[in-house]
Write a protein that binds this ligand. Structure first.
Ligand SMILES: Cc1ncc(COP(=O)(O)O)c(C=O)c1O
Length: 405
């Protein structure tokens, strides 16, 4: 029996596709430094474990499909603290991580056969989730030499047609680390107005901005520019996975000033009954007690970012731009095929019985051939481990070059 077209189209995750080789290397006793995946290693706030240790049933109930009351209240407080004081609990719906927020947003604004545009390189699951919804993702190229900032209006308009329903973007960006400037957000807002499009703004890395450029939410732009906020076409996709090192808890949300959008999503929520009640309550318990935690977390990632940049600067032949936010960087390597190189790192190479695992970047692009010589690195390792990982990468590149000579 043939499977669905969707089943055949859905790509393997480029972030996880080398996982089998990584496991084999570990079985052979090789230590693998994971630069391939954005799994934060920092402990979550202590209040998480206090909450879990003090949770005493009597049963683990379904929650309301919109989300636990306390969770929704805590979202209101958090978003007010971010400066969006006009929002109330009906501007939010709980989701299973940012992933479900992305899927629901796509399913709410686009029908099968419709198109959504994004900017490549992009968070690879945008494509997988679009395929699950029967929607075609189209990508506008951004360039490493331009810090992966947005191209001009003409380039963006060239990808928009009558099937286009939305522009989806990630700010601060995974995988590039770019933090969009106000002018870029204004440009997207203008295009959305002009072409009647929704804006899907993935802000899961909101707090992670390191340089002089602070992250600006599309909610701020909209508030200043949109006359009738109740008819908003802006959806913010959000998650606590990265912010509090809670990836496995699957706690996310969609926020929109358009309550009709949230009401539609509630029906998706009802179809899958509920997000995890304990995890929402646990997260509600942290929000509001987290300012020091977030400050320390940001300071830690800022140090790691510098270690990574220093390490990369010491390796000859690399091309990259310093990331401004999130905890990722795209690096162009002096290799013809980063896929092959990344696999070889796990199957053949080791230095003092250690190696590194990187994510080949081709999977972050839709355009054939793009990103073939690039990798994405996540700096979610301790400083010493990052230093060592950079040393291993330098040695591996030398060895790779020798092999070819
Ligand atoms: C840009 C971006 N959006 C959304 C997600 C989804 O994360 P989660 O479902 O854990 O919230 C991720 C995870 O890596 C991400 O990088």
């Amino acid at each position: 029996m043939p499977l669905s077209q969707r089943a055949n189209l859905i790509p393997q995750s480029p972030i996880r596709k080398l996982a089998g080789f990584g496991l084999e290397a570990k079985k052979r006793g090789v230590k693998v430094y994971h630069l391939n995946i954005g799994q934060p290693d920092l402990p979550p706030p202590a209040a998480v474990f206090d909450f879990l240790n003090n949770y005493h049933g009597p049963v683990i109930e379904y929650s309301h499909s919109q989300g636990e009351h306390d969770y929704l209240e805590s979202l209101v407080k958090y978003y007010h603290r971010l400066g969006h004081q006009d929002l109330d609990k009906d501007n939010f719906i709980a989701t299973l991580g940012g992933s479900e927020a992305i899927l629901w947003a796509i399913m709410t604004v686009a029908d099968p056969g419709d198109e959504i545009i994004t900017f490549e390189p992009f968070y690879t699951n945008y494509n997988s989730l679009a395929i699950m919804a029967g929607v075609k993702l189209k990508a506008v190229a951004t360039k490493i030499e331009e810090g992966f900032h947005l191209p001009d209006k003409k380039a963006i308009l060239s990808q928009i047609n009558e099937k286009t329903k939305a522009i989806m973007f990630c700010n601060p960006n995974n995988p590039t680390g770019t933090v969009y400037r106000r002018a870029e957000l204004d440009l997207l807002y203008d295009i959305a107005q002009e072409k009647n499009l929704y804006l899907l703004s993935d802000e899961v890395y909101r707090e992670f901005a390191y340089g002089e450029h602070r992250m600006i939410s599309i909610l701020t732009v909209e508030k200043e520019r949109q006359a009738d906020l109740a008819e908003s076409r802006v959806l913010v996709l959000d998650s606590f996975s990265k912010r509090y090192s809670l990836c496995g808890a699957r706690v996310g949300l969609v926020c929109s000033r358009n309550k009709k959008i949230i009401a539609v999503m509630l029906r998706y929520g009802q179809a899958r009954l509920s997000a995890g009640s304990i995890n929402m309550l646990m997260t509600a318990n942290i929000i509001g007690q987290d300012e020091d935690y977030l400050e320390q977390t940001l300071a830690e990632y800022a140090k790691r970012r510098q270690v990574l940049i220093d390490g990369l600067n010491r390796i000859e032949g690399l091309v990259f731009c310093e990331p401004e936010g999130a905890f990722y960087i795209i690096v162009k390597l002096p290799v013809a095929d980063a896929d092959e190189f990344c696999q070889w790192l796990l199957t053949d190479f080791k230095d003092r019985n250690e190696t590194v695992m990187l994510a080949p970047a081709a999977g972050f692009y839709l355009s054939q051939g793009s990103g073939k010589d690039e990798v994405r690195l996540a700096y979610v390792l301790k400083e010493d481990d990052l230093r060592r990982a950079m040393e291993i990468l330098a040695k591996a590149l030398d060895k790779w070059e020798e092999r070819r000579a």
